[in-house]
Design a protein around this ligand. Structure first.
Ligand code: ADE
Length: 233
């Protein structure tokens, strides 16, 4: 899979060289390219924003630099890309959306700052037949300073679902939110030592009885889901 990310703070995306995403890139499973929007500004101050039509606070990102960078990215891509615009006004990003996006060939994430990107960018690329559509996506009901942190969240959630990125031992099938009928959240986990600061690992987990262990885990997951996320139980 290929993912292009456009930002006025390309250094913000340096974390994508680390950990699971960094390894997936090294293994050739994921091709991540970060672009500096300011390189596509045309004036000497590298301006990418302007005041909003109709008035109001803040600044709006101008369509011209966005159009230029997105068209440039399209020229280097073999498959029609899906454009993702992180915004608090978007559809909520969740595990089913991560699963859906993980089967795309090419994602382009347009990280806005200020009050957002001129709405004609979403409208134009949604109408383009050489693009696979536009998704405006929110990672939660809070307002960030820009789309970069949301892009990091989405890339990590999507990358770990690409076949070959996780080893068998850490299959995504057991994740919270992934089980078809089971509880949404995973229960507590423990490792050695069996006693730490007077706290014991539950006996059942040391019993070797796989049936009892599975039943205990399911009950713990149900309890946790009920307590913490009643909306999901
Ligand atoms: N940009 C600012 N806030 C955001 C959010 N909650 N989700 C995605 N992008 C954002």
């Amino acid at each position: 899979m290929r993912i292009d990310i456009v930002s006025i703070f390309p250094d913000y995306l340096a974390a994508l060289g680390l950990s699971l995403v960094g390894k997936a890139r090294d293994a050739g499973l994921l091709d991540v390219r970060v672009h500096d929007l300011r390189k596509y500004a045309t004036d000497k101050h590298r301006t990418v924003d302007d005041t909003p039509y109709g008035g109001g606070p803040g600044m709006v990102m101008m369509p011209e630099p966005w159009g230029a960078v997105l068209d440039d990215i399209r020229k280097t891509s073999t498959a029609a890309p899906l454009l993702i615009i992180p915004t608090p006004s978007g559809n909520r990003f969740d595990q089913p959306m991560a699963v859906e996006l993980s089967s795309a060939d090419h994602l382009v994430i347009a990280c806005g700052r200020y009050e957002g990107i001129d709405a004609r960018i979403a409208e134009h690329y949604a109408a383009r037949e050489d693009w696979a559509g536009v998704r405006e996506v929110s990672i939660g009901d809070y307002v960030l300073a820009g789309g970069e942190a949301a892009a990091l969240v989405m890339v990590e959630a999507v990358a770990r679902l690409i076949p070959g990125v996780l080893g068998n031992a850490e299959s995504a099938a057991d994740d919270s939110f992934s089980k078809v009928d089971g509880p949404a959240l995973e229960g507590p986990v423990f490792t050695k030592p069996p006693t730490w600061r007077d706290l014991d690992v539950p006996d059942v987990l040391l019993s070797g009885d796989h049936g009892r262990i599975a039943a205990w885990r399911k009950e713990q997951a149900q309890r946790r889901t009920h307590e913490r996320r009643p909306d999901l139980s």
